[in-house]
Design a protein around this ligand. Structure first.
Ligand code: PEP
Ligand code: MG
Length: 608
């Protein structure tokens, strides 16, 4: 046991002003300087022009409009490759740029009032927005956002700001921002990012998944965060308790340094088990696999004892590229992954664009309900060429190892049949060109919608395995947006409906003799491990690699019959509160070292 100085035994007194509560999405403690990435605010100053400056100012404004038009055109071209529907949406912007009110009225006002272009454009925008407010038409009101975004694009060109990117960061920082786009996460110099704090997002948003994958402490869902922190401020991101502390006192800093160290040591101890098998006390082996977002991650997987890749989220490959990657590029990427992993299995999920994962250029797609929109397999089936090139890339790489294909967002057998048809066509094309591939490549369906759960028996007839995406399954079963911090408290993986859904999937898959994997965050939550093992025969758990050692530790201390008893009891409980309380009590009693400590990584104050 560590000897703990007395100050460490209690939380220091932090004034409420300094402490902001959020959602803990990636464990660990980061202490350092904030880097405020604030895209929303432009400082627009009113300037009065001399008579002779007016025409030059108008010229400058026209140049900015032309530049914006070219940028929109480029975005549109990229969007067309994905879906015509998106390209059509982007036409709105071009029309607005040709619009009399926005452009001509601004020019008129520069002439009349002798004010600078930025200020005048902003005034025009405000008038425009007031007009929208008085219109009683939801469609037009929805266009407000388009207009706002467009004006921001013009302002950026006027002010000479390109979109601020994180790639220039050259010293260790903690990123503080409203939201982080997937392309931000891909371009940031990861070695310098010590922590992340955002206003939006939840545990299963891509920010949470990304941070956890890289072991970067992160807290999301903090309201008004960016108005309370400036670049250069000293801050703490406590990814264990979900808190951000600005301007910590010396005493607090000391406290969090200890907490950071305690967590590091705890992780180190867990890593000692990476070479052991993930086997229950009665001999059931569960394969522990890794979820990855990029091929670069595979090199580090053996550090966590992963037995393969259970989910390769390929959308990030598309989001980081300037142009959509073609068959050859995809093939080379997948081949590198499979070769790095030797004969270990690699499950490649086909493109799952949509919701919080939008492609550059279609980020503003105005689907009212993107979670229910053209996402996952729907987008692939609507764009057969795009899908075929990905399938061919996967097939070609399958020649070099153990690759499986996984279809995301399945809601019906029809989608699987259509996808399999395209897969067969891709195989025929490769055969014709005498390109080798694994003809027996296994096919899996993500079970992440209530529709797929209810018809699981039908789906199982068309696939070799199923992989349960609990992140979406929880979202769609409970009708709770997984990235909306306002309903984060309702996002409950231990909800009875979720547990019943899981049970239904296990029963059907076990009956059909098909393999079951879990690749959502629940699979990597050690608190859920015993329950999941008790619900039915589970083959693989796939999770962000940092979670593997702890889940393995739990599996190695479990007996299957006890796990089944736990699951049977839980299936009879009728509320989240009851289930959570029961599981927490059971797990803390069985594994006091892991769950008691894990609450805060503070040493317990011994009663005197
Ligand atoms: C899931 O939904 O659980 C899942 C693994 O997929 P994603 O988080 O990428 O939607
Ligand atoms: Mg999903």
């Amino acid at each position: 046991m560590l000897s703990i100085p007395s100050f460490w035994k209690k939380t220091p007194n932090l004034s409420d002003d300094n402490l902001m509560k959020g959602i803990a999405v990636s464990k660990g403690v980061a202490i350092g300087k904030a880097y405020l990435l604030d895209r929303s605010k432009f400082c627009i100053i009113k300037q009065t022009l001399e008579e002779h400056e007016v025409e030059k100012e108008i010229e400058r404004f026209r140049d900015a409009i032309e530049k914006t038009k070219l940028q929109m055109l480029d975005i549109k071209k990229r969007a067309e490759k994905i879906a015509d529907k998106y390209a059509v949406i982007l036409d709105t912007y071009t029309l607005l740029l040709d619009d009399d009110i926005l452009v001509n009225e601004t020019i008129e006002n520069i002439r009349t009032h002798h004010t600078n272009a930025e200020w005048t454009l902003n005034q025009t925008l405000q008038n425009f927005l007031n007009l929208f407010d008085n219109i009683n038409d939801d469609y037009l009101k929805g266009k407000k956002d388009d207009l706002d975004l467009l004006v921001h694009a013009i302002l950026r060109n006027l002010i000479g700001h390109s979109q601020e990117t994180l790639s220039d960061i050259q010293e260790p920082v903690i990123i503080v921002t409203h939201s982080l786009s997937p392309s931000d996460t891909l371009t940031m110099p990861r070695n310098f990012i010590k922590g992340l704090a955002t206003e939006t997002g939840g545990k299963t948003s891509h920010v949470g998944i990304f941070a956890a994958a890289l072991g970067i402490p992160a807290v999301t869902g903090i309201k008004n965060l960016t108005s309370q922190i400036n670049s250069g401020d000293n801050i703490v991101v406590d990814g264990i308790d979900g808190e951000v502390i600005s301007h910590p006192s010396d005493e607090s800093t000391e406290y969090y340094l200890k907490k950071q160290e305690n967590y590091r040591r705890y992780e180190e101890r867990l890593l000692a088990n990476i070479h052991q098998r993930a086997e229950t006390l009665d001999g059931q082996h569960i394969h522990l696999l890794a979820n990855i977002e990029s091929s670069q991650e595979v090199k580090t997987l053996r550090n966590f004892g992963s037995e393969g890749v259970g989910l390769y989220r390929t959308e990030y490959l598309y989001m980081s590229a300037n142009n959509l990657p073609g068959e050859k590029e995809l093939y080379e990427n997948f081949k590198a992954v499979v070769q790095e992993m030797d004969e270990k299995p690699i499950v490649i999920r086909t493109l799952d664009i949509g919701m919080d994962k939008q492609l550059a250029g279609i980020q503003t797609s105005d689907e009212d309900n993107p979670a229910l929109g053209l996402r996952g397999i729907r987008l692939s089936l609507a764009n057969p060429e795009l899908f075929s090139s990905q399938l061919k890339g996967i097939l070609r790489a399958s020649f070099y190892g153990n690759i499986k294909v996984l279809y995301p967002m399945i809601t019906s057998v029809t989608e699987i049949i259509q996808a399999n048809k395209l897969l067969e066509e891709a195989k025929s094309a490769l055969k014709k060109d005498q390109i080798p591939f694994d003809n027996n490549i296994e096919i899996g369906a993500m079970i992440e919608t209530p529709a797929a759960t209810l018809c699981i028996d039908h789906i199982l007839e068309h696939v070799d395995f199923v992989s349960i995406g609990t992140n979406d399954l929880v979202q769609y079963t409970l009708a709770v947006d997984r990235i909306n911090e306002n309903v984060a408290h309702l996002y409950q993986p231990f909800h009875p409906s979720v547990i019943r859904s899981l049970k239904q999937i296990f029963v059907a898959a076990n009956k059909a003799g098909k393999k079951v994997s879990i690749c959502g965050e629940m699979g990597g939550d050690p608190m859920a491990t015993m329950l999941l093992l008790g619900l039915g025969k589970l083959d693989d758990l796939s999770m962000e690699p940092h979670s593997i050692p702890k889940v393995k530790k739990i599996i190695r201390l479990i007996r299957l019959d006890e796990a089944r008893q736990m699951a049977d009891h839980v299936l009879n409980l009728n509320s989240v509160e009851e289930i959570s309380r029961f599981i927490a009590k059971e797990m803390r009693t069985r594994f006091p070292d892991d769950f008691d400590r894990d609450l805060s990584f503070q040493e317990k104050v011994k009663p005197t």
